[in-house]
Design a protein. Structure first.
Length: 446
């Protein structure tokens, strides 16, 4: 058996062991991820010290960004909940769309908010609305939550200015504007299938626990005075606006422009979230006349439930890094390149296989673009913008236990591993398959 075949076998065994340890033997996901990551590294031929170093690097790389984002975003969500801002937004959406259509409203909001922000940023900004709407309407968390993550996931994987999509645009020499235009044409029906349509079918079939600690922290309160709808929406959209301004500055302003540098600085996700949080202390707190002590208490109270989430997401990043450094991604890419598929299908296959093995949509998309770009150059009729979309669709397919997003969704919606596989994993797979299907249809027109 070749080394690449052994690596693929070890990766499959590692994923199976994770599912078994967590779902069957009820081992804590953090402990399971640490144990399986180190075991996978050693089995793949890495010295134990190197496996530990790879795991540590993966944890640090993920948490260096995610921990701060989750912390700031959760605090902002807590301010929205305690001030009644989340309730104000939720009730306005319900009145506008009606209870029966509110899951569609959430998908469109997520799609718009997700264009300039990272998946995790959009999720922590909007998840309080999911909790609030579910409580107000009596609908399942899944019926509202799945459309949220579907809208965010589609734009995260397929549309610029997200980093992986921008790198793919450069690799394939695609046009950014056309990529965004085609991405909207492909992304909206894809998000609709994986979001509201799938959620309506799956929600009655998955029973979530009645008690959700994070929902209790973040869902909106019934308060006599609430901030206005406009100021509530503006507060939650401050990070979106700042990041969008930064992206626009990168395109419209000269590289040496001081204004571009300033906008790029305040448009960094962590800075933008921090500014939004500080603004919320005034914009949302003044209506309720919150004292400094009350605001401090809200910030402290909401961080407790996020501790497990941060640890598990970090361990997922460590597992991902061990898989990458052990050579699994390269082994999968080698198998895919040996096929004779068209560039669009090949890009999707390479990205999908790397995604399944490493758990990272960003790694899958950037790696696949680098592999497929030279092949695409030999096929002159291939549309480069559609190659970006096909690669992005493949990078989203079949999210499972080695994906940090898997654990983020699982913990916030308080699901078991099997429930997360039946909901989030299936939704991501629908996005991947439907995204390729709609891209292929668009290629017939173009």
């Amino acid at each position: 058996m070749t080394r690449d075949a052994l690596l693929l076998l070890y990766a499959l065994a590692a994923v199976g062991a994770l599912i078994l340890l967590i779902a069957r033997f009820k081992l804590h996901p953090f402990i399971a991820l640490v144990s399986v990551s180190l075991g996978m590294g050693v089995a793949a031929g890495m010295p134990l010290g190197a496996a530990v170093k790879a795991f540590q690097d993966g944890v640090g790389g993920v948490l260096g960004f995610i921990a701060v984002v989750v912390g700031l975003g959760t605090m902002l969500g807590k301010m929205m909940a305690e001030s009644g801002a989340a309730t104000r937004i939720a009730t306005t959406l319900i009145d506008l769309f009606g209870e029966r259509q509110v899951h569609w409203a959430i998908m469109f909001v997520a799609f718009i908010v997700g264009i300039p922000v990272f998946f995790q940023v959009g999720f922590v900004l909007l998840i309080p609305l999911v909790f609030t709407i579910a409580r107000s309407t009596g609908l399942s968390l899944l019926k509202i939550g799945i459309p949220l993550v579907a809208g965010l996931s589609v734009v995260h994987g397929m549309l610029p200015p997200h980093p992986a999509a921008m790198l793919a645009v450069a690799a394939y020499k695609a046009d950014v504007g056309l990529t965004i235009l085609y991405g909207l044409l492909v992304g909206l029906p894809t998000a609709a299938l994986a979001g509201p349509i799938f959620a309506t079918w799956i929600a009655p079939r998955v029973a979530l626990p009645a008690d959700n600690p994070l929902a209790a922290q973040l869902q909106g309160r019934s308060v006599p005075e609430m901030p206005g709808f406009a100021i509530s929406v503006f507060t939650v959209l401050i990070p979106v606006i700042l990041m969008l301004l930064a992206s626009a500055a990168d395109i419209a302003l000269d590289a040496e422009s001081s204004l571009r540098a300033a906008l790029h600085s305040i448009g960094q996700p962590i800075v933008a979230l921090l500014l939004a949080l500080l603004f919320s202390f005034w914009s949302l707190g003044r209506v309720r006349h919150f004292t400094r002590e009350e605001v401090m208490k809200f910030c402290n109270d909401c961080l407790g439930p996020t501790a497990t989430i941060v640890l598990v997401i970090g361990a997922g990043g460590g597992f991902n890094q061990v898989l990458v450094q052990s050579g699994v991604g390269g082994a999968i890419a080698g198998v895919a390149v040996g096929s004779n598929a068209s560039p669009l299908v090949l890009a999707w296959i390479v990205a999908a296989l790397i995604r399944v093995a490493t758990g990272s949509a960003t790694v899958a998309m950037t790696t696949a673009a680098g592999i497929v770009a030279p092949i695409a150059l030999l096929t002159p009729d291939t549309n480069p913008e559609l190659l970006v979309l096909a690669t992005g669709a493949g990078s989203l397919v079949l999210s499972h236990v080695n994906d940090a997003g898997f654990w983020l969704i699982k913990e916030f919606l308080n699901m078991t591993v099997p429930q997360t596989l039946r909901t989030w994993t299936v939704a991501e797979t629908i996005i991947g398959v439907a995204g390729l299907g709609f891209t292929m249809l668009l290629s017939l027109v173009l």
